[in-house]
Design a protein around this ligand. Sequence first.
Ligand SMILES: C[S@@+](CC[C@H](N)C(=O)[O-])C[C@H]1O[C@@H](n2cnc3c(N)ncnc32)[C@H](O)[C@@H]1O
Length: 199
Amino acid sequence: MQKLNPTAQNPYNTDAAFDWLYPERIQLLSKRHWTPMSVARKAAHFLSQGEKKRILDIGSGVGKFCLIGAMYYPAATFYGVEQRQELYNYALDAKDALKVNNAHFIHGNFTQLDIDDYDSFYFYNSFFENLDKGDRIDHEIEYSSSLYVYYCRYLSKALESRPAGTRLVTFHSLGDEVPNAYQLVDASDDFLYKSYIKR
Ligand SMILES: C[S@@+](CC[C@H](N)C(=O)[O-])C[C@H]1O[C@@H](n2cnc3c(N)ncnc32)[C@H](O)[C@@H]1O
């Protein structure tokens, strides 16, 4: 089957069209929990600079960031790790529907991964669900503020160990997982989108 050509008429080039890849319950979560198309494209552009980039989305949900990135940046490879089996399954279904082969999904906790296998990182405030009592994705997992602190520290340490030049994009983040060595290079006017390069 033919791959989508991002420069031709891409039927999935708006949030509404893209979200139709998922069942209604997942579509309803989109505004709050999944990366908007414009943000995904901007982040993927920044993170895919350079040759053969391996980009990891830490907490990939239903795969929206990875799949949009993979459609528009075919030279890069996008990886997503997601702790919820149901969301991971939806990411695989959407990947099949889009017929992209440069996006890969892993079911599990990000702490089980070797971060050294990846070059650049995307993070949409995945650990905040441990602090936020309203508007949760589901009630299937345990939440706690100590888990928030543990995950932030774990990720910060892992990012700290990456080489100079490592790129990171955060969206809606409180910054608790960003080590000092990461220099802010761009931010949206509302400061929800931030991109960094490690010094
Ligand atoms: C705000 S959603 C973002 C989804 C996706 N990155 C996107 O932008 O469309 C955050 C996701 O992170 C996942 N998550 C939270 N903590 C995680 C962890 N420790 N390991 C793996 N996934 C995690 C949640 O299950 C949720 O699906």
